[in-house]
Design a protein around this ligand. Structure first.
Ligand code: ATP
Length: 257
């Protein structure tokens, strides 16, 4: 049973069709990678689903609820979460405080200083930090943490919203290969345990081939292939689209799984 069903999604900017009749679906517990060369329409697709960008055509239904046309906050409340980067201004806050803020915001009690809300958030924040393997570092300022650990805190913050669907835009950008794999292995374990569906974009093909359950491929706004990582890797049209565009794709071509 699909959680998110996207049908004939479309968006144009002036004369440019950025996303053209794109259809796909995701099941709970599934990691679906959205890949494609630069300018393929990945970010535009993401932003239509999370409400930041108005779609021109199509539909995106979460358990039968139409998302298109809703404000980002209402989409978030329906259970569509996203990883967001800890802004520099919050770097001075501890890991625990950052997760607490995400929790209080989820409960619509942001900056509530009522004792019960604070106590609840503190206990739950600690639990979330444990889930991402950061229980011992809760009192450290995020600005002092290693990059991979900041990413773990950001994952805990995304989970605070108890999402049904998690949108991750290049979750491993800027990370070293071992760090990338550790973060994605953790993400995979948590989403399976919590039955969350994940849609992620990723330029690193080794991550895609190692962790995605299924892959959809966009090129110039159109969905040109979908299937298992092995099917997509063997797809001639996909190989043609990527040829000469990304050294990463070719370098890591055989390195996944
Ligand atoms: N606000 C905008 N106004 C005009 N054109 C836009 C706008 N946003 C995106 N585009 C164009 O739409 C197309 C798809 O862009 P998009 O950012 O969705 O691609 P992408 O697959 O996410 O690329 P990348 O991998 O480089 O991030 C591109 O040609 C881009 O230039």
């Amino acid at each position: 049973m699909s959680l998110l069903v996207v049908r004939d999604l479309g968006k144009s900017f002036g004369g440019l069709t950025a996303v053209d009749e794109v259809s796909f679906s995701i099941r709970p517990g599934e990691l679906l990678a959205l890949i494609g060369p630069n300018g393929a329409g990945k970010t535009t697709t993401f932003n239509m689903i999370n409400g930041q960008l108005r779609a021109d055509r199509g539909s995106a239904q979460l358990s039968g609820h139409e998302l298109l046309g809703l404000a980002p906050r209402d989409i978030w409340r329906l259970g569509v979460g996203r990883t967001f980067q800890i802004a520099e201004t919050f770097g001075s806050f501890t890991a625990l405080e950052n997760v607490q803020m995400a929790l209080l915001s989820h409960q619509r009690r942001l900056f509530s200083f009522l004792k019960p809300a604070r106590a609840f958030a503190q206990a739950r924040a600690q639990e979330l930090l444990e889930q991402v393997g950061m229980a011992q570092q809760g009192e450290r300022a995020c600005s002092e943490l290693a990059y991979g650990d900041v990413k773990r805190v950001e994952l805990a913050m995304a989970l605070a919203n108890e999402p049904k669907l998690l949108l991750m835009d290049e979750p491993t950008a800027g990370m070293a290969p071992e760090e990338r794999h550790a973060l994605m292995a953790l993400t995979k374990r948590l989403v399976l345990e919590q039955n969350i569906a994940v849609l992620f974009t990723e330029h690193s093909m080794d991550v895609v081939f190692a962790f995605a359950d299924r892959v959809i491929v966009l090129a110039r706004g159109r969905l040109i292939a979908q299937g298992t990582p092995a099917e997509v890797r063997a797809n001639r049209q996909v190989q043609e689209v990527y040829f000469g565009t990304g050294a990463t794709f070719h370098a890591d071509w055989g390195g996944g799984q």
